[in-house]
Design a protein around this ligand. Sequence first.
Ligand code: IMP
Length: 185
Amino acid sequence: MAPDEILFLTSNAHKAAEARSILNKYGISIINRPAKGTEIQSDSLADVARFCAQDAFKRLGRPLFVEDSGLFIDALNGFPGVYSSTAYAQIGCPGILRLLSGLQNRAAQFRCAVAFIDRQGARIFEAESSGSISEKEAGPSGFGYDPIFIPKGHEKTFAQAPALKARLSHRAKALDALGRHLRGI
Ligand code: IMP
């Protein structure tokens, strides 16, 4: 049976709010704890998330999930990818726009791996959202690279269109899969 309440370990309040609204649809409440725990160095989001979840479960002993995500830009061979959070802190959206200046190929994907763990073990839910990097920053909502990411088939950035992000984002899709798994649907 699905737990009605699960811990989500993240220090990112935006991620917590996004997760809360998705899992609410499945009648699952989230308790947000800020510490994500030990992060290994790996080029796999799934491995990072799985390790964090297992490590946290050893300490806390109750159903929980963590997620690891990043922005992968084709013309930059996947950069910032697993280094998204460091790159954001160092160069931010303006730095990414500078790296792409003059380039035609602006294709990019947001990717997310959610690792859920309970007594039965860990389960990974991966998803991505395809799109492109805008020419300039636009929009007040969201966080991180939202002002420069335009989902495929649309014209506005995630930061301009939070309702679109709620439907199409990498995190929304991965958490939707978690919700369905927990409810057995
Ligand atoms: P981490 O998963 O905490 O390592 O962080 C991944 C980084 O990728 C974040 O700090 C953001 O910079 C970026 N990122 C991940 N998901 C999103 C998103 O939904 N919108 C914008 N940026 C994101």
